[in-house]
Design a protein around this ligand. Structure first.
Ligand SMILES: Nc1ncnc2c1ncn2[C@@H]1O[C@H](COP(=O)(O)OP(=O)(O)OP(=O)(O)O)[C@@H](O)[C@H]1O
Length: 237
């Protein structure tokens, strides 16, 4: 398997603060990786560090074999990394279509609309008039406009109705099937493990477990032991 994104002993944070503590991670082309951990574990910081939005204190990051840790976010984006932030960050005063065009990407609008027909129906509406689910669709579509090879999804299902979550998971499946590499940060371990083939567990800014999702599904005590989380099916019983 070809490595697409690697972290070697990365320490990073905000200003002088260290949040990530010596993170090493190797992600393969076409992989579906879940990043699971409790609030404050450092999942968002890991993605932000991939994009160049934190301060690196040590270590190296490569994308397709090229060092990227000193590059600004827009250059990392041009090299194939795309982040859908937890905060969505859409322009509320612009229409759906204007938001998509503002990404300045190479993907055709019709491709975005084929993935999200609802956005086509709402294309003249302002970003601020959209429901939470539509805003998330727009945030994802906007990132896809630059045709990233590696897509970083930070809690994309948070606060959304189950029917919307299913639709988004279908879209993520399509993107993975088309050869993209997908990283999914999720607090809901069940959804993350059913999507990803491999899962990384984070606690206190470090990776405390890295292995196949099936292993965690079959031995949920590992989840509890490493990050104090349970599968939903266990919580219900
Ligand atoms: N902009 C910031 N400045 C300083 N500290 C921050 C900043 N953002 C996050 N932190 C701190 O970094 C640590 C990790 O936060 P992070 O958001 O990466 O965790 P997370 O696992 O994504 O949690 P959540 O699920 O709540 O989003 C926390 O202690 C948090 O308070």
């Amino acid at each position: 398997m070809t490595e697409i994104l690697t972290f070697t002993d990365v320490t990073a944070g905000y200003g002088p603060t260290h949040v990530l503590r010596g993170v090493s991670l190797s992600i393969h082309k076409g992989e579906r990786l879940a990043i699971i951990g409790r609030n404050g574990a450092g999942k968002t910081t890991l993605m932000a560090t991939m994009m160049g939005l934190t301060r690196m204190h040590g270590g190296q990051i490569t994308l397709n074999g090229q060092r990227i840790d000193r590059l600004p976010p827009f250059k990392r984006n041009a090299l194939g990394l795309g982040l859908v932030p937890q905060t969505r960050d859409i322009f509320k005063s612009l229409s759906v279509e204007e938001n998509l065009l503002a990404a300045n990407g190479t993907m055709a609008l019709e491709e975005a609309y084929a993935l999200f027909p609802r956005l086509k129906e709402r294309r003249r509406n302002g970003g601020g008039q959209l429901s939470g689910g539509e805003q998330q669709m727009l945030a994802i579509a906007r990132t896809l406009m630059t045709e990233p090879q590696v897509i970083l999804l930070d809690e994309p299902l948070e606060g959304l109705a189950p029917v919307i979550c299913e639709h988004l998971m279908d879209v993520f499946d399509k993107l993975a099937q088309s050869g993209r590499t997908l990283l999914l940060v999720e607090q809901h371990a069940e959804a993350a493990l059913s999507f990803a083939s491999r899962a990384v567990l984070m606690s206190n800014g470090a990776i405390v477990h890295d292995g196949p999702s099936d292993e965690l599904k079959q031995a949920p005590d590992l989840l509890h032991r490493h990050v104090g989380l349970a599968l939903t099916s266990e919580e219900d019983t």
